[in-house]
Design a protein around this ligand. Structure first.
Ligand code: AQP
Length: 336
């Protein structure tokens, strides 16, 4: 009997920088959604170590954080056979395409990037060119794999737009080189804000009391939420503009438990901030404990970790080279 042709899965590429231990924001906004995609899509997940050096990194720490991040991806349940898990620096085509795409991107486009403005304010002593051209490297990351979809937090929308602009521009000059990717915004995946400055996003490279790390102990989690900034009117209400601190705790709680915001606010109405903080502490500990247990197991097996990243680099490299060679030929370089 004739078999129906297998439908080709859409491809997904996403990444995370080893610039610290992932925050609860990285987990809610990105990592946990990755697991949900592995059956339906052809997924590549990259540890973006080339991106991480746009900010000065201590070499030993960068190595430790990179391995730790790989172990965490496995600990959240990503299957290294279904997904391609790799270090960006192990696939040299990323740096190569980064240069090529630099020549198809305008200074004005990069100057508009809000993350550049934020990060250059934060790292005023090291406003390097990599920080400025970061979105071009990111565009290359995505386009190398002809990704159809890119799951990103809302903080990355602007970078995805520039990637689409670059892809369309190159396609306009040379014909069909790149798949123009779409953003994939998971239904649940709120933007998690800093515990100390709740109008800014939670970041793993911020001071320790601003963020919950995936590897924080229950005591540290309790302490950080206890000190989290709220306000003085003592009313539990979801209103990010007027009550950013309380609203952030509420949306973390919703994201972790799946409870709808209206129901949560009604359940907590008339209660104090202490109760809200206890509830969010409990939900966070409950979510992170099993991940931490698996993380400790995986970290104990160095040979396994090595085999995962070596295989990942091989699989990613084959796909990346295909696109790079095509682009180089179109531009007019002599084939090797
Ligand atoms: N606070 C957040 N809320 C929701 N999603 C978030 N993401 C990051 N912070 C939040 C999402 O996590 C993915 C990986 O991010 P990244 O590590 O590549 O870079 P980033 O966005 O710069 O993350 P950090 O934690 O803020 O890193 P540092 O401190 O090094 O700059 C992305 O999909 C992002 O949307």
């Amino acid at each position: 009997m004739e078999q129906a042709p297998k439908e080709k899965k859409q491809r997904i590429l996403s990444g995370i920088q080893p610039s610290g231990t992932p925050s609860l924001g990285n987990y809610i906004g990105a990592m946990r959604n990755w697991k949900l995609l592995e059956d339906q899509y052809d997924c590549l997940y990259m540890i973006a170590d080339l991106h991480a050096i746009t900010v000065r990194q201590e070499p030993a720490k960068l190595r430790a954080q990179s391995i730790q991040l790989l172990a965490l991806l496995l600990a959240i349940g990503l299957d290294p056979e279904k997904n391609v898990l790799f270090f960006q620096s192990h696939v040299p085509q990323h740096a190569q395409i980064g240069w090529l795409l630099n020549c198809y991107t305008y200074m004005g486009e990069m100057s508009r990037m809000t993350q550049f403005k934020d990060k250059s304010a934060k790292h005023a002593d090291n406003i390097n060119c990599g920080l400025f051209t970061y979105p071009i490297l990111m565009a290359g990351d995505i386009l190398l794999y002809q990704a159809n979809l890119v799951p990103v937090g809302h903080d990355q929308t602007q970078h995805l737009e520039i990637c689409r602009d670059i892809a369309t521009r190159v396609n306009g000059v040379y014909g069909n080189v790149f798949t123009v990717p779409e953003g994939y915004y998971p239904k649940v995946g709120a933007r998690v804000m800093s515990l100390q400055e709740p109008t800014r996003k939670m970041s793993k490279s911020d001071p320790d009391d601003c963020f919950i790390s995936i590897l924080d102990t229950p005591d540290a989690i309790r302490r950080k939420y206890r000190r989290a900034v709220t306000d003085s009117d003592a009313e539990i209400r979801f209103d990010p503009a007027a009550k950013p601190g309380v609203s952030n705790l509420l949306s973390i709680l919703c994201a972790l438990t799946g409870e709808p915001m209206d129901a949560l606010v009604e359940r907590l109405s008339g209660k104090g901030y202490g109760e809200l903080k206890s509830a969010v502490t409990e939900a966070t500990v409950e979510t992170l404990s099993p991940i931490q247990a698996r993380f400790n197991q995986v970290m104990g097996d160095k040979a396994y970790l090595e085999s995962v990243y070596r295989t990942g680099a091989q699989r990613a490299g084959i796909l990346a080279e295909r696109t790079l060679a095509k682009l180089m030929k179109k531009i007019g370089f002599i084939a090797k």
